[in-house]
Write a protein that binds this ligand. Structure first.
Ligand code: PEP
Ligand code: MG
Length: 882
């Protein structure tokens, strides 16, 4: 197969093959935009490299051919002594992974061609600086040398010269630095810096391929649930220079504001700078609008190109460009990352502009983004001490203790502390710290700095470019406007306004939550709320899946109802037995005879009845699936160890064996090695006489009472953890008997959970005895994989994720191949036996976006999730239907 593609050969649909960057460079080339010529080595070549440790044998010839074509186009050759062709070697995966992979610029320079470049550019300083940068980048990213080796040498050169400014180093100084760098390469790697341009290119290409499996790339993929086997492409692009003087420069821009979605001119520009200087946030940039003064021709052309690109992609684009001596070049574009708020506002603006329809707009917003809009905000009325105001780079309200290093952030997070990571700027090695922190604050860099881009991608609060902060990491202090903050001081940062406050600022519900709560009208003037309203209403129109909630209290039920829940899919009744009721349950379990047991049950029944009156009342007119008690008994009993100690002490004191001794023997009798696989669910109901009957009486009599008040209670009774149809028959008979005894004169559906593999496999038999199924995907995942749901996440899962055994925990997002196949079997066999069987899911997966799409596909009737996820489930159920 073909492994290398000229930029003129591809298009934007080929991201898997050419990577995002390569596919979009091809698209721009074919749109006739000024893209420097070049070619892309495909992800297929990378996959071979990752699998075998070497590039495919036919790659070299293909690259030769493309280099020839490029040399002809450019009229110069790689390594040509009087006028060298220089190229950049840049990674580009199908999914953008900011800062994850490596770039090497100025490939093609060597001891000879540097003179040619000096001559051609008429600027020897520039040429030696370019060579210096090549060796530095090559040393770090290809040869794996520590960055300090080079940075220390630069510092030493500046010191010798008596300056602190890079720009004071002249051509001779840089030439000397190049010698020092080459020497360092030899010392650290045992080999000379390669003079042959093709060797430079090949080694850089392999380094890009290898960086796919660097620690931080793996971490980023795990965080973003990106598949581990996609590989990256490599783009070889002829160099253009933004650092040839003040008539040159480099910048990043967006066709709309990526923070708010507002149309306008957004971006950063840096004169006389190369490549990564802007993104690295090392020098402070000027706003893009200033380019109009600096170079009107390039500015006008850029504005026209931005309009072309937005029209072509029908979405916000972000763009990297360079101006070389007054000539504009496009280095990259892509459909740009944006904040959650911007996503909603851009999607609805584009409907209004007639660019996309409402279905398309709904496809472009995600449940995860809606979740972000539901995070709390700082209370505008609270007393606040503003320390400084900088750039709001990624919205949110975060408070925490100041930490200065990523390691400190990770340690603090492990201790359960909230921290704000404060840095001059971040780089890809800070990813761990950024994930661990509540928010990120930097003193350098703009909206396109590494910190800003990565934080936005993760949905993490970020304020950047706070140049009033004087961060002294060595002393562990921040000085700002006359005050001093120590490490450990608490601060609060507002990623929307860019404000930084001392102390912890109290938070209030976000406008979007207020809207869901019914406290803010959709048309009250908040554009974001209006956009959310519009898209979620459309989701409600198009979705086929119902959305219910998991709730055990009237308050939760009422909130979920305001959030749009169409009923309760799971009420876990064991949650009603905690707290002070625990003792009654203890008496029930320990009952020595029928009388004691009946007394304990009689004590519990009115309490349960009260619970159901409230719950059914809050969900009046909507279905409420009440699951009969499920958990293992030991959860209600005191710890065996504690009791044993108490009993032993009492014995030593010569006391009579009392209540505790009795309790201990019961606890010992009931002790299980694997309680999750033990006496729980339907097993409990069948073994403890009267327990299910008590619960059903409470449900039925509450419903009868509500009916008497003219209300419309709709309980549904659910039997948990069934594995054999006989279990369900026995339980169902008892439930029906009690319903009749109480005098229920309407149909109360009786169903079961499908949460054991056996139940899914014999779903046809089980369906005969069930009015509905609810898939309990928590237990189904536990029992299908044999993973203890209470233990694994803190145990070996992180290693499994690292090894790529799965990209996300199967307890978080449904394992479609395994657990999902059982769900599918359960659906198919259940419906085959009973076509009108109602089917839902009430495991955690019911609120997970990817899982919701799966449940839509397999044909469930509804998903049930926690109250706060209800809007997210509505949105995703709508998206799944498109
Ligand atoms: C399940 O197992 O998926 C379920 C919803 O029940 P629980 O989490 O209460 O075991
Ligand atoms: Mg369960």
């Amino acid at each position: 197969p073909k492994l290398v593609y000229d930029f003129a050969e591809g298009d934007k649909s080929q991201k898997e093959l050419l990577g995002g960057k390569g596919a979009n460079l091809a698209e721009m080339t074919n749109l006739g935009l000024p893209v420097p010529p070049g070619f892309t080595i495909s992800t297929e070549a990378c996959k071979v490299y990752l699998a075998t440790g070497s590039v495919p044998p036919e790659l070299a010839d293909e690259i030769d051919h493309h280099v020839d074509v490029l040399q002809q186009k450019m009229g110069k050759k790689l390594g040509q002594a009087d006028d060298p062709l220089l190229v950049s070697v840049r990674s580009g995966a199908a999914v953008s992974m900011p800062g994850m992979m490596e770039t090497v610029l100025n490939v093609g320079l060597n001891d000879d061609s540097v003179n040619g470049l000096a001559h051609q550019s008429g600027n020897p300083r520039f040429a030696w600086d370019a060579y210096r940068r090549l060796i530095q980048m090559f040393g770090k990213t290809v040869l794996g040398m520590a960055g300090d080796v080079f940075e220390d040498a630069i510092e030493a050169a500046k010191e010798a010269k008596g300056t602190r400014n890079d720009l004071d180093l002249d051509a001779d100084d840089l030439k000397a630095l190049v010698e020092t760098f080459k020497q360092a390469v030899l010392e650290h790697t045992g080999r000379e810096f390669p003079q042959d341009p093709r060797t430079q290119m090949d080694l850089a290409t392999e380094a890009v391929f290898s960086s796919w499996n660097s620690d931080r790339a793996i971490l980023y993929r795990r965080q973003e649930r990106i598949a581990t086997d996609l590989g990256t492409a490599v783009n070889i692009c002829s160099m253009v220079f933004g650092n040839l003087g003040m008539d040159s420069g480099t910048g990043v821009c967006f066709t709309r504001d990526p923070s708010t979605g507002q149309p306008g001119v957004y971006g950063d520009y840096l004169q006389n700078a190369q490549g990564e200087d802007v993104v690295a946030g090392i020098r402070n940039t000027v706003p893009l609008a200033d380019l109009e003064q600096i170079d009107k021709t390039s500015y006008d052309e850029l504005m026209a190109i931005m309009a072309t690109l937005e029209g072509h992609y029908r979405d916000l684009c972000d763009i990297e460009f360079t101006v070389e001596r007054g000539k504009l070049w496009m280095l990259q574009t892509r459909v740009g990352k944006r904040t959650a708020a911007a996503a909603f506002r851009i999607a609805t603006s584009l409907i209004d502009e007639g660019v996309i329809d409402t279905d398309e707009a709904l496809k472009r917003v995600k449940g995860a983004q809606l979740a972000q809009l539901m995070f709390p905000r700082f209370d505008g009325d609270a007393d606040k001490e503003l320390i400084t105001k900088a750039i709001g780079a990624s919205p949110g309200a975060a408070s925490g203790k100041v930490v200065f290093t990523s390691a400190a952030a990770v340690e603090a997070a492990d201790r359960g502390e909230k921290v704000i990571l404060v840095r001059r700027e971040t780089n890809p090695d800070d990813l761990h710290g950024m994930i661990a922190a509540q928010g990120i604050l930097t003193s350098r860099g703009g909206k396109t700095s590494h910190a800003a881009v990565v934080a936005r991608g993760m949905g993490k609060t970020c304020v950047c470019g706070a140049d009033e902060l004087d961060v002294n990491v060595a002393q562990g202090t921040i000085k700002v406007n006359g005050t001093v903050l120590e490490a450990d001081a608490t601060i609060s940062i507002d990623g929307t306004t860019g404000e930084v406050f001392r102390g912890e600022v109290p938070v209030v519900a976000s406008p979007v939550v207020q809207y869901f709560e019914g406290a803010l009208d959709a048309d009250a003037g908040d554009e974001l709320v209006a956009a959310v309203h519009r898209l979620i209403s459309h989701a409600d129109e198009v979705r086929r899946l119902g959305v219910r909630t998991n709730a055990d209290t009237a308050d939760d039920a009422a909130r979920a109802r305001r959030f749009g829940a169409e009923g309760i899919g799971l009420c876990r009744t064991e949650h009603m037995f905690l707290g002070e009721r625990r003792e009654a349950v203890e008496r029930l379990i320990l009952a020595a005879d029928d009388a004691e047991r009946d007394a304990a049950l009689a004590e519990l029944e009115p309490l349960q009845r009260g619970d159901f009156l409230e719950l059914l009342g809050a969900m009046d007119g909507l279905p409420v699936t009440i699951r009969l008690i499920d958990p293992p008994l030991h959860e209600f009993l005191p710890s065996m160890e504690d009791l044993a100690v108490k009993v032993a002490l009492a014995k030593e004191r010569g006391e009579e064996p009392g209540r505790e001794a009795k309790l201990l023997s019961a606890v010992q009798r009931l002790h299980e090695q694997n309680p999750m696989l033990g006496l729980r669910g339907v097993r409990l109901g069948l073994v403890i006489p009267g327990l299910f009957a008590m619960q059903v009486r409470a449900i039925a009599s509450a419903a009868v009472e509500l009916r008497g008040q003219g209300k419309d209670p709709r309980p549904e009774i659910m039997i948990p953890l069934v594995g054999a149809v006989q279990e369900l028959h026995l339980a169902r008979d008892e439930v029906s008997r009690v319903l009749a005894e109480v005098g229920v004169e309407w149909e109360i559906p009786i169903g079961t959970m499908i949460e054991l593999p056996r139940a899914a496999v014999i779903a046809d038999q089980i369906a005969e005895a069930a009015d509905f199924f609810s898939f309990g995907t928590n237990d189904l995942t536990q029992t299908t994989w044999g993973f203890s749901r209470d233990d694994v996440e803190g145990s070996f899962f992180s290693r499994y994720l690292e090894k790529g055994i799965f990209a996300v925990s199967p307890f978080e997002s449904i394992d479609t191949e395994g657990v999902g196949a059982l769900v599918r079997t359960g659906v198919d066999r259940g419906r085959a036996a009973k076509p009108d069987l109602k089917l839902g899911v009430c495991g955690e997966h019911g609120g997970d976006p990817d899982s919701i799409h799966f449940f839509h596909q397999v044909g469930l009737d509804y998903v049930s999730c926690s109250p706060f996820r209800v809007p997210i489930a509505r949105l995703e159920a709508g998206r799944a239907a498109l």
